[in-house]
Every structure is written in structure tokens, then in C-alpha cells.
Design a protein around this ligand. Structure first.
Ligand SMILES: [Zn+2]
Length: 74
């Protein structure tokens, strides 16, 4: 009986990890425009996961002017 529970928990844990990975992979990089210098920014996966964001803006550091701004998705 205990074995079944362990297997079930493993399957659930695996499913959660699987869908979380899928969600991250499906996030499209897109392009964002810097508020200050209007430089086009393509954020990395790491930036997409850890940066604050609202609907179509994202707080990322612009590689051109090196300032952290809310960049609008383009
Ligand atoms: Zn900039």
C-alpha cells in the first residue's frame, strides 16, 4: 500500500515539474523596447522567468543604456 502512495506522489511531482517546464518553454521571448533609448531588447529565458512584469511590459535591464526600465512589448 505504501508503495502505491509513493508512486502516486512521484507521478504527481513529475507532472507538476513537466508542466512547469512546458510553460517556461512556451513563453515566447518576443522583443521589448527600451523606454529611454528605444533599443530593441530580446530578453533571455532567465530574464523572462525572474523579471517583474505586467500585461505587456517587463522590467528588464537595457544592454544599450544599462538602465533598468519597464520595457514595452513590441
Ligand atoms: Zn536603453
Amino acid at each position: 500500500m505504501e508503495t502505491i502512495i509513493i508512486i502516486l506522489i512521484s507521478i504527481i511531482a513529475f507532472a507538476i515539474a513537466f508542466f512547469a517546464t512546458l510553460k517556461i518553454t512556451k513563453m515566447n521571448n518576443g522583443e521589448y523596447e527600451c523606454e529611454i533609448c528605444h533599443n530593441k531588447i530580446t530578453p533571455t529565458k532567465k530574464q523572462l522567468i525572474f523579471s517583474m512584469h505586467s500585461d505587456d511590459t517587463r522590467k528588464i535591464r537595457c544592454p544599450n543604456c544599462n538602465k533598468k526600465t519597464w520595457c514595452r512589448k513590441i
